[in-house]
Design a binder for this molecule. Structure first.
Ligand SMILES: NC(=O)c1ccc[n+]([C@@H]2O[C@H](COP(=O)([O-])OP(=O)(O)OC[C@H]3O[C@@H](n4cnc5c(N)ncnc54)[C@H](OP(=O)(O)O)[C@@H]3O)[C@@H](O)[C@H]2O)c1
Length: 245
């Protein structure tokens, strides 16, 4: 097995948590970055391989995180992965009702943080031979959803960032940048979506139906699908958005 390290943002809950737990099961080294941690009682496999860093992506984190990551011995690493997964849905509302501070906070977490995380990753792990960056995107990046103006805009921005990242490294087969669209999953984000009003989000009834009709995928299923895709980085098509199978 190659000596690898995985950085997963939003590893405390939902999809990120499933990714972290599956990576630990596969005996990989993982750094999870979120405001909260996975409690010890929920960790069983290879706990020593996990570092949980408390980070709030709505705040400035660049300097502190860079110096923390620089202390991690990386000379023996053969490959590193960054999975930019942390994200929020709110504010969900008509555009005239949006509040500047909520819009700012959203874009800091969903767009600015993945860009800064990519910058930190590329500079701190510059000497690691194989590098892969995954941006967790959404169907809402390419499909306008009424009420989700900020979310759609952030994810569309992230898709373009992914393309530029890939373009910058087009002659480097040891660097891959991909997007991954996980489909609808049974997480806290979906609970928040279902709690909105039809005025804020006209499609809310349809999303309630996804839950009652059990159409939401489990995060364990989606995490396994994503990990099978990035398992062999040499065959990844940089710049592409992969969708859950
Ligand atoms: N659920 C879906 O149906 C769906 C569909 C398409 C795309 N996605 C995308 O999939 C990704 C994961 O979503 P999910 O459904 O798993 O969400 P989730 O269950 O709500 O989990 C979100 C994760 O992001 C972290 N996070 C939120 N705010 C943060 C902040 N200020 N600083 C640091 N971390 C923060 C949370 O950790 P803490 O609370 O501990 O900070 C948590 O670990 C997101 O990018 C989302 O846009 C989800």
């Amino acid at each position: 097995m190659k000596s690898s390290l995985y950085l997963v943002t939003g590893g405390s809950q939902g999809l990120g948590r499933s990714i972290v737990l599956q990576l630990l099961k596969q005996n990989h080294k993982v750094i999870s970055l979120a405001r909260t941690s996975i409690p010890k009682r929920d960790l069983s496999d290879n706990v020593k391989n996990l570092i949980q860093l408390k980070i709030d992506f709505s705040q400035n984190f660049q300097k502190k995180l860079t110096s923390t990551l620089k202390k991690i011995p990386s000379t023996k690493l053969e490959e590193v992965f960054l999975i930019n997964n942390a994200g929020i849905i709110e504010p969900v509302d008509r555009i005239e009702n949006l509040k500047t501070d909520q819009v700012e906070r959203h874009l800091k977490i969903n767009l600015l943080a993945p860009i800064i995380m990519s910058q930190i990753f590329l500079s701190v792990f510059a000497k690691v031979p194989q590098k892969t960056i995954v941006q967790i995107t959404s169907g809402a990046a390419t499909r306008p959803v009424e009420g989700w103006a900020v979310y759609c805009s952030g994810k569309a921005g992230l898709d373009m960032f992914n393309e530029v990242l890939a373009l910058q490294h087009q002659n480097d087969n040891n660097f891959k940048a991909i997007g991954y669209s996980p489909g609808i999953m049974d997480t806290a984000m979906q609970t928040k979506i279902r709690s909105t009003t039809a005025k804020q989000f006209p499609d809310v009834a349809e999303f309630k139906k996804y839950k009652t009709e059990k159409q939401l995928r489990s995060t364990d299923y989606v995490a396994a699908d994503l990990l099978s895709i990035i398992n062999d980085p040499t065959n990844l098509k940089s710049g592409q958005v992969y969708r859950v199978k």
